[in-house]
Design a protein. Sequence first.
Length: 140
Amino acid sequence: MDFDTNCIFCKIANKVIPSTIIYEDEDVLAFLDVNPVTYGHTLVIPKKHYESFLSCPKDVLHKAFDLAQRIGQVQIKQLGAKGVNILTNCFEAAGQSIPHFHIHVIPRYEANDGFKLEMKELKNVNLPVLAAELKESLNK
Ligand code: 5GP
Ligand code: ZN
């Protein structure tokens, strides 16, 4: 399915609803997040509908991440960002609210500038057992 009539990002990609576009070509589009967490927070999407990063074809992924890289470079050069977070949430449990693959490109200015990714340590994990389980599936 290229276009999902219920999808807000499909509507943005097809100009059915407006957005503040900063780059577009045949395959990908970059526009400013309507609720930015920092100054310059940008979203990169494929124009076709893929639910998340996990189901996006590799050639499209390449184009989307290439554009995200260029935007990150411009945020540093043009906006004076000191760093950039690249984030893509897959599914609701991971915080995805719009089920059309998108990459957040979040320019960072300082530690307390509006965005925080908290990583709490998970205790008592048997790493060799876990690794064996993952390796088995990965190498099938
Ligand atoms: P998610 O939580 O799915 O990873 O991120 C969705 C992002 O899309 C949020 O940061 C939210 O602010 C942004 N967003 C939701 N609706 C719109 C919209 O209509 N226009 C724009 N420009 N951004 C949107
Ligand atoms: Zn869509």
